[in-house]
Write a protein that binds this ligand. Sequence first.
Ligand code: HSE
Length: 406
Amino acid sequence: MAQVQVAVLGYGTVGSGVVKVIDTNHDSILGKSGADLHVKYILDLREFPGDPNEQKVVHDYEVIVNDPEVQIVVETMGGVEPAFTFTKRALEAGKSVCTSNKELVANRGTELLALAKEHQASYMFEASCGGGIPIIRPLRTCLCADVIDEITGILNGTTNYILTKMIDEGLEFDEVLKDAQQKGYAERNPEADVEGYDACRKIAILSSLAYGQRVDYTDVYTEGISKISSADILYAKAMGRTIRLLAFSKKEGSQVTAMVAPHLVGKDDPLYAVNGVFNAIFVHGNMLGDAMFYGQGAGKEATASAVVADVIEEAQTLGKGVMSSWSPEKLPLTDISKTRKRYFVRVKGDAADAAKVADIFGGIETVQAGLAGEYGFLTQEMTEQDYQERAAKVEGILSMIRVREK
Ligand code: HSE
């Protein structure tokens, strides 16, 4: 195979990681895959004096898009624009594109996939979900023979780090967030992570692939972790459970539900032991049964490794493109009010008041965590709508967390 010229858009954490992986592992990649990769350009607004690749830095995208030698474009800029326009122009020029940009894939992935197909090119995004964990390719190829009916993931490293630290050290959310920001584990503007929006985009991408139809991330019910308190964690521990921000979608018949929200997770659940910045994705298929994918959901080298795996596959399929798509028609999601689960509820008062609550909920299991002036209880399984109607009759509810049953 002739040398394949690659351009990298954005020389930030992931972009510089991509250049590092290609430089460091060039010979091993060539030996294993036959792909002789060479980074010809790096697009960035900044200069990088002293960087071994400073001669490759260009500031004008026209240089890249108009160079017929460039066959693969790596988009690691993040955000929707100008990443969308640059990707679109590269695909229209017959170049393949790969990316770690989940925001762009969730917002415009459907049309970019169609454009890639039209031009016998590829649009690939392994690194957009779960960082370095292989999950997009397994869904696209290895699990293609299965009907996937559930994906449940811990898809955000920042929130998993925060929850793990709150649980291990008994700290409050705000304290841990501040510490995580100081250490560089959380963004200065942490909203996309802590409010669940990042996990929401990722579950929408995974669900679109798994069910073969576009899942609009704005339809996915999303709650973050900013309201989780050290008191919630004490109750979780009293029940022998932990709290995790889960992003899931489930298919029952033709009905698909999807949600991002904190859940109580029991010790017998494989997601229980996923700690710190690690991510894990549990998949259930009608033939496969259960499978779980675990690893580093973020980080320079891990994410770049996933991007370069896409570069290699694109290099091997130049002129043909990698078959990957979902139907552009929006998959209607079932209203979460109809979904069934158990709920853990904290309420002001005394366990002696629990009899009234038991009447309202038709049987509860009370939980004590040694906190004065409040108690907790677990409901039986019921729909969200049923829960909301009953909860409206109970005074002094402090918090509610859904329970994941395995
Ligand atoms: N902010 C993301 C996370 C980065 O914390 O998981 C990887 O997508």
